[in-house]
Design a protein around this ligand. Structure first.
Ligand SMILES: C[S@@+](CC[C@H](N)C(=O)[O-])C[C@H]1O[C@@H](n2cnc3c(N)ncnc32)[C@H](O)[C@@H]1O
Length: 223
């Protein structure tokens, strides 16, 4: 392994092991409630992409007839995720290590896909949304909870644009200024509901968020 790769691996290990502590404030202030609310709707086959340390795992509805598949490509995050899954009683959960840009599942095989704080981080957001579209059944729904770009022309947006380059390098490819709602729409999804709210206790440049439900139409046109 070259020195640059080693540095990257060290960085990704540090991010994985510090992640829950770093996110404790926003989780308790709002994210736990937002996740629980979104996830209360799911049933059937559910795919969560980039599940990280498993922050959403305890928030899936209990007793629902769920078949849960979680993806996580980062080796250190995956170790933590495996531990979180093992601690759940009677869990029937499948773990996949594929990236969101190439999901190891058949076409039209999920009723729901859930992403939280992932669209900011993937290398190829249009490619990820095309994969979500592919694996969702027609009429299936994408649940999203994402921090996003502030409105154009605002002071916050200017700082997001300025600091994005450096933030990506220290925060595991997290982008501060992704226009995720526009990308979801241009991937072909119909947005059924969307809430824009500030992520309390988060660092100011990552506070603007969107959360909601997007549907793959029953007779889909190609995205
Ligand atoms: C900010 S964390 C969010 C974790 C979790 N979804 C949550 O809400 O706490 C971003 C996650 O996306 C994962 N990730 C990064 N690139 C990815 C990709 N290309 N495909 C899927 N997941 C990815 C990271 O490994 C990490 O677990």
């Amino acid at each position: 392994m070259g020195a640059a790769c080693e540095r990257e691996a060290d960085m990704s290990r540090i991010i994985a092991y510090c992640y829950d502590s770093f996110m404790r404030g926003p989780e308790q202030a709002c994210l736990i409630d937002w996740r629980r609310n979104l996830l209360s709707q799911v049933s059937g086959r559910v795919l969560e992409i980039g599940a990280g340390t498993g922050a959403s795992l305890p928030l899936y509805p209990k007793g629902a007839d769920l078949e849960l598949v979680l993806t996580e490509p980062d080796i250190d995050m995956m170790r933590l995720l495996e531990k979180a899954v093992a601690e759940l009683p009677d869990s029937h959960i499948t773990l996949l290590d594929c990236p969101a840009e190439s999901i190891d599942s058949e076409d039209s095989s999920f009723d729901w896909v859930f992403v939280s704080l992932v669209c900011c981080t993937v290398h190829d957001l249009p490619g990820t949304l095309a994969e979500i579209w592919r694996v969702l059944k027609p009429g299936g729904r994408l649940l999203f909870l994402e921090h996003v770009a502030a409105e154009k022309g605002t002071r916050r947006r200017r700082w997001q644009d300025r600091l994005n380059f450096i933030w990506r390098r220290i925060a595991g490819n997290c982008h501060l200024n992704r226009e995720t709602e526009a990308q979801i729409r241009s991937a072909g999804f119909e947005i059924e509901s969307i809430t824009r709210e500030s992520m309390r206790k988060a660092m100011p440049l990552a506070r603007p968020t969107i959360r909601g439900v997007a549907r793959k139409p029953l007779a889909p046109s190609e995205p």
